[in-house]
Design a binder for this molecule. Structure first.
Ligand SMILES: Cc1ncc(COP(=O)(O)O)c(C=O)c1O
Length: 438
């Protein structure tokens, strides 16, 4: 069948089938039913960019690379050029790319059942919920598809809990980040995220991270909940202190407010424990997860402590896809692999080596590097004020190193948790070059 027959009416220049088929006809297509990573079967970067610019809403400012495949700690573009992945899709692909056991789980589950909805019982979901409880605290789980959705659930949970006590105030942190949906955006302490959308949720108070005086002043009997990231991610890789976390716990108990930890970026082993709060053994009442939980497959979750399990009851919240068979099977396998391969130990070892190495840059380039912050394999290199991180992220890409930024002047490193020493050394050499060239 010709392209035009497939595409329908003749002369439809804008027909997507026509365009895409014309493009793919220029390539030798992979055999039907086979996945091929051969560069000649892929669109060129320019072709992808053209389609993207024409058809995708302009909400991101993209870096000029299109990754075609990945393996472990490495990513490859359509020409097969290798990049060290020191970002993991923003702290998502915790076990690296195309992990054989995850691929096998995905294919096996795909053969059985993908989706049946939350109208029915779901073995994979039940097993994943049990695993999450076993690695966190006694309680129950709600499944969603993303971080923002997990936080939406948590915000509704706080509101529902507060309503019974006639209170609705939520406290959150300045520079905190919780997602882009209306609720999650409302508790995000960054003006640039709020701007342009009109009224947000009411009765949210923002306080400075690690400022115990502000915390004491803000948290009272009219507070329904306190939501925060144990290490602020987007806000600049700022770990909360033990004292601040302890005081938060104490005051939430005292004033009967829910303590919610957004562990979406810090969770699932990223900081060297399953969850960042475990370092200090200061458990929240509610915890939200996403990112690393699916190792790259979309899934989110809210875990609530046993004591609060009845705040939500049937019909109060829901999600069509949340924790579907595929997502939950993969989430379970992610946890199994973290256990089996002792990934948390690797994160602690590699994390402290990485920090040590990065600190040497402060000694060598004191006019450029201010400090190194973070926990485990969530690390920020803080540059002198005025040095913009964004152009450096692009420069790193030119050196075939994928990194991110957090705040204006912080380079963010979030390599896969399976990181090996030799890959870290290679990445560090590139990071040092980058700093030297500023
Ligand atoms: C701490 C934190 N919470 C929530 C989110 C939102 O997650 P998602 O983008 O999956 O909605 C993010 C995303 O970066 C995050 O870092």
């Amino acid at each position: 069948m010709s392209i035009k027959e497939i595409a329908g009416e003749q002369g439809q220049e804008n027909n997507f089938l026509l365009e895409s088929l014309e493009m793919s006809e220029k390539k030798s297509s992979p055999a039907p039913g086979k996945i091929s990573y051969e560069p000649q079967t892929m669109l060129s970067f320019e072709e992808v960019k053209k389609l993207d610019e024409k058809y995708i809403l302009d909400t991101y400012s993209r870096m000029p690379v299109c990754f075609a495949y990945g393996s472990g700690e490495f990513l490859y573009d359509e020409k097969g050029t290798e990049y060290i992945d020191f970002l993991s899709g923003i702290a998502v692909t915790a076990l690296g790319h195309a992990h054989a056991d995850l691929v096998e789980t995905l294919l096996h589950q795909a053969d059985l059942i993908w989706h049946s909805s939350n109208l029915f019982y779901n073995q994979q979901q039940a097993l994943l919920a049990r695993a999450l409880i076993e690695i966190s605290f006694p309680g129950k789980v709600f499944f969603a598809n993303s971080g923002a959705e997990a936080n939406e659930a948590a915000i509704k949970f706080i509101r529902s809990y507060g309503l019974e006590k006639n209170k609705s105030k939520i406290i959150a942190l300045k520079n905190g980040f919780h997602g882009r949906t209306f609720g999650a955006m409302s508790v995000t302490g960054q003006k640039k995220i709020h701007d342009g959308f009109g009224p947000l949720l009411e009765n949210i108070t923002f306080i400075e991270p690690n400022d115990i005086k502000s915390l004491e002043a803000a948290l009272s009997d009219d507070t329904a909940g306190l939501i925060m990231e144990p290490v602020l991610g987007e806000g600049g890789i700022i770990p909360l202190t033990r004292e601040f976390l302890q005081k938060s716990r104490e005051l939430c108990y005292k004033h009967k407010a829910l303590l919610v930890f957004d562990e979406i970026q810090t969770g699932m082993g990223r900081t060297g424990n399953y969850f960042a709060w475990q370092e200090f053994n200061i458990a929240p009442d509610v915890m939200t997860l996403a990112k690393g939980l699916g190792g790259g497959f979309p899934i989110g979750a809210m875990v609530v402590a046993e004591k609060y399990k009845d705040v939500f009851h049937s019909g109060m919240h829901g999600s069509t896809f949340g924790g579907n068979h595929l997502a939950a099977a993969i989430g379970y396998e992610v946890i199994r692999l973290i256990e089996y391969h002792k990934i948390l130990e690797n994160v602690r070892t590699m994390g402290s080596h990485l920090m040590e190495k990065l600190w040497t840059l402060k000694d060598k380039y004191p006019d450029k590097v201010v400090e190194v912050r973070g926990k485990g394999l969530l690390v920020g290199l803080v540059l002198k004020e005025g040095i913009q991180a964004r152009p450096l992220v692009q420069k790193a890409l030119e050196k075939h190193l994928v990194i991110g930024r957090a705040a204006e002047n912080v380079l963010r490193f979030a390599p896969p948790l399976i990181l090996r020493e030799k890959t870290m050394d290679k990445a560090f050499t590139k990071i040092e070059e980058l700093v030297k060239e500023i």
